[in-house]
Design a protein around this ligand. Sequence first.
Ligand SMILES: NC(=O)C1=CN([C@@H]2O[C@H](COP(=O)(O)OP(=O)(O)OC[C@H]3O[C@@H](n4cnc5c(N)ncnc54)[C@H](O)[C@@H]3O)[C@@H](O)[C@H]2O)C=CC1
Ligand SMILES: O=C(O)C1=N[C@H](C(=O)O)C[C@H](O)C1
Length: 250
Amino acid sequence: MKIAIIGYGKMGHLIETIAKERGNKVVCIIDADNTDDFNTPEFKSADVAIEFTTPSTAVSNILASFAAGVPVVVGTTGWTDSLPDIKDMCEKGAGTMLWASNFSIGVNLFMAFNRYVAAVMNDFPEYSPEMTEIHHIHKLDHPSGTAITLADELIGKVDRLNRWEEPQPGKTPNDHALMINHVREGEVPGTHIISWDSSVDTITLRHEAKSRVGFALGAVKAAEWLKGRKGFFSMADMLSEVTHTKGLFV
Ligand SMILES: NC(=O)C1=CN([C@@H]2O[C@H](COP(=O)(O)OP(=O)(O)OC[C@H]3O[C@@H](n4cnc5c(N)ncnc54)[C@H](O)[C@@H]3O)[C@@H](O)[C@H]2O)C=CC1
Ligand SMILES: O=C(O)C1=N[C@H](C(=O)O)C[C@H](O)C1
């Protein structure tokens, strides 16, 4: 199939390599210096575009893809205040998009394990959860999109929690808040840790990406799956259809 790449940075380069290895043709690459190319026949010929740019540019790239009539897989994080409006547009037929805070199959399994553990822990108030995400020093947003997804899903299962917070100097954490810590060091591709702590022990769930390959491969597979569909989709929609794990992802 024909793929357009929006954002030719660390993820964009890897997506180009993996898309070609899987037999796809990359028909157009848009980066910060050629954003007028959304109007070209090359971009408009793409079956699906894949967008990995920055928190401040994702929304305009999504809208430009919709205007060009090209369905778009979006991995950019840090812009999701606008997600309800974009989802609404897709549901009204103005565009097609698949968004995920994390395209790695391992992280999507980790998300399922997190939901299961949180549901169990709802009945064990002696355990308090906390989350830490560790990423490379170039990352623009915090907490990571993945941490926000994990936190929202955990909070949804635990009656004693109603929001997440980041630590603030001099401020005592609220009893009903899940704390999310972020660490920026070196070139760490992405590590997420969820711990459940009691006075006598700690239970820890940890996912550690070894490289960005899992993210890029998942995004290319999502693009291949999105071809020919219309509406708004998540990784869960794709995984629940292509795997036989009934109820695990949605
Ligand atoms: N959902 C997922 O699985 C993953 C999401 N990400 C997210 O993807 C985004 C990009 O990550 P990286 O590739 O590591 O960043 P990067 O900084 O290496 O690349 C971003 C690219 O976007 C380009 N860009 C900036 N403005 C643009 C515009 N208006 N139009 C087109 N391109 C533009 C930059 O020139 C740069 O080449 C980040 O938000 C990151 O958090 C990263 C890895 C996995
Ligand atoms: O910026 C990154 O690199 C990553 N961003 C995503 C996020 O914010 O969750 C996914 C992955 O952890 C890598």
